[in-house]
Design a protein around this ligand. Structure first.
Ligand code: ATP
Ligand code: MG
Length: 442
């Protein structure tokens, strides 16, 4: 099996070899290259010890903040590459980071500290693939398997649990039986992991092409990081619009929206409040009135806990609040919503609504989709006219009003808002003359 190593990474490997050291591309890049996918980053491992690394790369710009764990970042033509000494991880005191690392001359020992067999392969042009744990065969069969005893590996570092589900979601790997059992069994250890790291893995997982299947199989793992989601498991939705329980609907909607972190997170949380909103009428039909507000209220602390950036959190909460909004076909209403959401969020709302519909039963699907399509078309037409949708677009401003004799203070803002309302409702044209005339006759 041949891999085309990225030329700059190969330059690093060759330089180390010229100095008499062994060096290989290792980990995720080998996995992706064997799958025919573009690797994100090419990592290099070597038997050169940190001091030797520094000497070999003396002529390069380097960053040595990871050097006590054996990692030197080498810049080649402005691009960073991690070069890491073969190492054995020391004792893991807290399911997170090893207390200490020991360097070794043995590639196999370095590979044995890695999480999954598909991530435990190394390659260079001279020696070819180094694969002591059968990663290539697992890759060919699409199997996710721990290197070593799964329970031990997840107990050493619980982040591997989320990495495992992420690899299942992104690449469609099927966890082999013992690995799968250990993923379930150790899920609760995830509460020891820094929330930022959880967030990154979670977003990576959510953006996977096989996310629906992965979330279905590992819902207990997700519930270990977002316990509120467990409330949705098995909650039936007896009405014409739905064919799945709340959780089943959620995971289908996640898979149906564009693979973009904000949209995927929005779908994951959009109906989280449904169990608390559920009522049953005399005919035994379920209703979920006000679930958008409850969902947003539940989502906010979740997003904060995961240390999502403020902008992301606010946008996500707004989309959750609006996800079930019904467009009635009028342009005026679309203008109003556009005014409140802004162009970017409005376009996202359409994506959210389409994904929501795709994950519902096919009852009235065509009508629902047509209503979203109409609102979207209206939005495009409105935007093409460069409309007046905010105070700054008005043809008059505060100083115009002051010149007319309005006193400083709230009345200026209130008057401008009245004018904006009138413009949006098409009761007055957005020209200076019409607006001033409108004020005088009001
Ligand atoms: P990605 O596609 O996200 O880059 P990756 O497998 O390359 O996936 P990295 O975080 O870049 O993941 O790590 C590089 C390699 O280091 C992995 O392939 C794996 O061999 C090893 N590794 C990373 N994190 C862990 C971990 N928590 N436990 C064990 N090995 C790990
Ligand atoms: Mg990587």
């Amino acid at each position: 099996m041949n891999i085309q190593i990225e030329p700059k990474a190969n330059q690093i490997i060759h330089l180390l070899q010229q100095h008499g050291f062994a060096a290989y591309a290792v980990g995720g890049c080998v996995r992706n290259a064997l799958m025919g996918l573009e690797p994100h980053d090419w990592d290099v491992c070597t038997d050169a010890k940190p001091d030797a690394l520094r000497a070999v790369f003396g002529g390069y710009e380097t960053h040595d903040y990871g050097l006590k764990h054996g990692t030197l970042v080498v810049m080649v033509d402005g691009e960073p590459f991690e070069v890491t000494t073969y190492r054995i991880d020391g004792v893991y005191a807290d399911s997170r980071r090893p207390e200490s690392v020991t360097f070794t001359d043995d590639l196999t020992r370095d590979l044995s500290r890695r999480d999954f067999t598909v991530n435990a392969m190394a390659y260079n042009d001279e020696r070819g693939l180094q694969d002591p744990f059968g990663g290539a065969e697992d890759l060919r069969r699409g199997v996710l398997r721990c290197v070593g005893v799964p329970d031990d590996r997840f107990r050493e570092d619980a982040l591997r649990i989320l990495r495992g589900v992420r690899f299942a979601a992104v690449y469609g790997f099927q966890a082999e039986r013992e690995t799968a059992q250990a993923l379930h069994r150790n899920a609760r250890l995830l509460d020891r992991i820094a929330r930022e790291r959880v967030r990154e893995e979670l977003l990576g997982m959510l953006c996977g092409a096989q996310v629906t299947q992965a979330l279905d199989e590992f819902r207990d793992v997700i519930a270990a990081v977002i316990p509120e989601l467990a409330e949705t498991f098995g909650v039936r939705q007896v009405n014409k619009h739905h064919c799945c329980d709340v959780w089943g609907h959620i995971i289908r909607s996640v898979g149906a929206v564009e693979a973009e972190p904000l949209l995927r997170m929005t779908m994951l949380l959009h109906d989280i409040g449904k169990p608390r909103a559920r009522t049953t009428d005399a005919d035994g039909v379920n209703h979920f009135k006000g679930h958008q507000q409850i969902s947003a209220a539940l989502a906010e602390p979740i997003l904060r806990r995961l240390r999502c950036p403020n902008r992301f959190t606010e946008d996500c909460l707004q989309l959750i609040l609006w996800h079930d909004f019904r467009f009635d076909g009028s342009t005026r209403q679309v203008k109003r919503v556009l005014q409140q959401l802004g162009e970017v969020q409005m376009r996202r709302l359409f994506q959210v609504q389409r994904a929501d519909i795709a994950a519902q039963s096919d009852y009235r699907r065509a009508e629902k989709l047509a209503s979203v399509a109409l609102a979207q078309q209206q939005t495009e037409e409105i935007l093409a006219e460069h409309p007046c949708l905010s105070l700054k677009d008005l043809a008059v401003n505060g100083s115009d009003l002051k010149q007319l004799g309005y006193p400083d203070g709230r009345i200026i803002g209130d008057t401008l808002r009245t004018l904006l309302d009138a413009v949006i409702d098409e009761r007055v044209e957005n020209t200076r003359e019409s607006l001033l005339h409108f004020l005088q006759t009001k």
